[in-house]
Design a protein. Structure first.
Length: 340
């Protein structure tokens, strides 16, 4: 047994805690790598299927021209990033894309809009999209900015399973990145989503120039929520030209990323941890270590919203070589041979 006195041991691997402090998170983070990975794997195996990865697909249903000033984002109207603003897509096009994502092996479809918050008339259209995607037999997710309680209730009624709304970073680093809405605004939206009975997808970004303490502070914030988010996306900043984060960004050491994923797994034992943006920069070996540390979800598809993601064929090959089951693998298997 290692010597992190305050950290619960393997007898408590199913325990959901909401009382993490930074020192404890730091002590875990600094464990010898093998000890940290052993803890993360033990917790992963006790709570989830360690050989399964969830595959989600993303679609930008309304791109660019966003009034918020998130310093990492290609879609903010505050910066000249070369991303063209579009109108809200038509429902039929969204449903066609969702069907193609399902055929390609995605089990969840996430509809993203570059809004500060949806207008009620736009929400009518999104509710129609949610109903139609749900009818395809996919899990539905949306990320539309801030929501009122009434808007969250309407999305739930339409069949929305998950809402993505990230805290993005630590409370201390937050206002170096975003000034047009506060962390408290985000927490309010998350409360509305919970009250409506929608599952929460909430995480953040690393590689924007934050310190390790900020990354851990972000995990402490997430893990101390009254209920852990069901999905925790960990995004590695996908480079975008023209945004302020370019001046501070530093790609994290790959081992630091694996350690952070392990911490997310240990602190939120039953949550799905998604290795989200930034996989385009990761080697197969780094992704394999992240899966071993407890990541169990990825986005598939060659683009995320405006930036690149690995080719689906490469993902299928990697998961196959690792013996990881997913809908992506199932969708690629040829039909079982028929006996005469
Ligand atoms: N506009 C909505 C909002 O921000 O709430 C929804 C869409 S927004 C693109 C969703 C999340 O994507 C952001 O909160 C951020 O964490 C992540 N994100 C945006 N740009 C990114 C980038 N270049 N690299 C990594 N993650 C990014
Ligand atoms: C999340 O945490 N990551 C996704 C999803 N939620 C909406 C977005 C990643 C965006 C990457 C940047 C882009 O493609 O523009
Ligand atoms: Fe707008 Fe969302 Fe991008 Fe922020 S992250 S600028 S809210 S699209």
């Amino acid at each position: 047994m290692d010597d992190v006195a305050k950290v619960k041991t393997n007898q408590d691997i199913g325990l959901l805690r909401h009382d993490w402090d930074r020192e404890e998170a730091e002590a875990l983070y600094e464990l010898p790598f093998a000890d940290l990975m052993f803890r993360a794997q033990s917790i992963h195996r006790a709570n989830l299927d360690a050989n399964h990865v969830e595959t989600a697909s993303l679609l930008s249903i309304k791109t660019g021209g966003c009034p918020e000033d998130c310093g990492y984002c290609s879609q903010s109207a505050h910066y000249d990033t070369g991303v063209k603003a579009t109108r809200l897509m038509a429902q039929a096009d969204v449903v066609d894309t969702a069907q193609r994502a399902k055929d390609a092996g995605a089990s969840r479809f996430c509809m993203a809009a570059a809004w500060r918050n949806p207008k009620d008339r736009d929400l009518d259209v999104v509710c129609g999209m949610v109903r139609a995607v749900k009818e395809l037999g996919m899990e539905t997710c949306a990320t539309l900015g801030m929501l009122t309680a009434a808007q969250a209730a309407r999305l739930r009624e339409a069949g929305l399973d998950f809402y993505n709304h990230n805290v993005d970073t630590s409370p201390e680093f937050y206002d170096k990145i975003i000034t047009t809405r506060t962390l408290a605004d985000r927490i309010d939206t998350l409360a509305h989503v919970r009250q409506a009975g929608i599952k929460v997808c909430c995480g953040g970004i690393i590689g924007m120039g934050e310190q390790v303490e900020d990354r851990l502070g972000m995990l402490v914030l997430l893990a101390n929520m009254q209920e852990h988010p069901e999905s925790v996306p960990i995004n590695l900043w996908n480079e975008v030209r023209g945004v302020p984060v370019n001046d501070t960004a530093e790609r994290p050491d790959p081992i630091a990323l694996v350690r952070l994923v392990a911490l997310a797994r240990i602190m939120m034992p039953k949550s799905v941890v998604r290795l989200s943006a930034g996989r385009q920069y990761m080697t197969d070996e780094l992704q394999a270590l992240c899966f071993l540390a407890g990541a169990n979800s990825i986005f598939i598809g060659d683009v995320l919203l405006t930036t690149k993601n690995p080719q689906t064929a490469r993902d299928a090959d990697l998961l196959d070589r690792l013996g990881i089951r997913s809908r992506l693998g199932e969708s690629r298997k040829s039909p079982a041979p028929q006996l005469p």
